[in-house]
Design a protein around this ligand. Structure first.
Ligand code: SAM
Length: 258
């Protein structure tokens, strides 16, 4: 696991080796490369860039847009996130903020489990939020009154102070440059209740942080724990998550002064 994580996927050598092992992925990669060039010229910042990526991907398939090629994978990935938090004591009384909620791959399970009105999902993509609303309807979860909000940044400025007991961001920082991660870590403490925690996953590298096509970002764990510390947050890598069949690592942060 560590060896794969150590690879710098932006290096030409890695890309050529990857292409020779997976020739079927070359054409989709070249398509993404073309899109990367086009979006770089037509979008003003990362959020606008990634919103355009999500718009195009969601039009093809909302499940694939959040990273699950099949319905089975979509269900399994959501279940893994849900079960993990259950093992860590998630209770129906918790008030959850899910950052980058997507089409509620895990969110529908949280909505179903939590008390009405206790789930808040935010996302930068209107298209994926329409798909999230479809998921609420398809799962018959209307009476749980989930809050789904479109955001343009991660300042979380419209959310109440000291309110959320659990904050969750799965596969969001894996698509975010460091300034977006920094913005989130700078602002998240304000909305966290005393003793709340914030779990986020990230693509881990042991080398220099890097990105592939501005869609996939790779960070060292200590880069992120130090960034959290610079915002008064205490952070640790969740070792029990490492044992699960998932390529990303998970960090949990808490507020130090509470
Ligand atoms: C790979 S999907 C994961 C969705 C969901 N967390 C899950 O596990 O199914 C990443 C989601 O994060 C959203 N996203 C990306 N960057 C974001 C940002 N800066 N703020 C809020 N949402 C963001 C994307 O629009 C997308 O819905």
């Amino acid at each position: 696991m560590t060896t794969t994580r150590a690879a710098d996927r932006a290096r030409l050598g890695h890309r050529l080796r990857h292409a020779s092992r997976h020739p079927d992925r070359v054409v989709p990669y070249l398509r993404r490369l073309g899109r990367d060039w086009r979006l770089r010229l037509t979008t003003r910042d990362h959020v606008a860039y990634y919103r355009a990526v999500m718009k195009a991907d969601t039009a093809r398939s909302p499940s694939a847009a959040v990273g699950s090629a099949t319905e089975e994978r979509w269900l399994a990935l959501g279940e893994m996130q849900f079960d993990y938090l259950l093992r860590h004591g998630l209770s129906p009384k918790d008030r959850m903020l899910e950052i980058g909620c997507g089409n509620l791959r895990a969110g529908w399970r949280f909505i179903d489990y939590l008390r009405p009105g206790h789930y808040h999902g935010v996302d930068i993509s209107p298209e994926i939020l329409f798909a999230a609303a479809d998921t609420v309807a398809e799962r018959g979860l209307q009476a749980k009154v989930p809050h789904l909000t479109l955001v343009r940044d991660l300042r979380l400025s419209a959310l109440p102070a000291g309110y959320f007991t659990v904050v969750h961001a799965h596969s969001v920082f894996s698509h975010s440059p460091i300034e977006v991660v920094d913005e989130c870590l700078r602002n998240v403490a304000r909305v966290m209740a005393p003793r709340a925690f914030f779990d986020f996953t990230f693509n881990r590298t042991e080398g220099e942080h890097h990105h592939v096509l501005r869609e996939d970002f790779y960070y060292r764990a200590d880069t992120l724990t130090e960034l959290a510390a610079s915002h008064g947050l205490w952070a640790r890598v969740m070792e029990d998550w490492e044992r699960l069949p998932h390529k990303q690592s998970k960090i949990r942060v808490r507020c130090v002064r509470r």
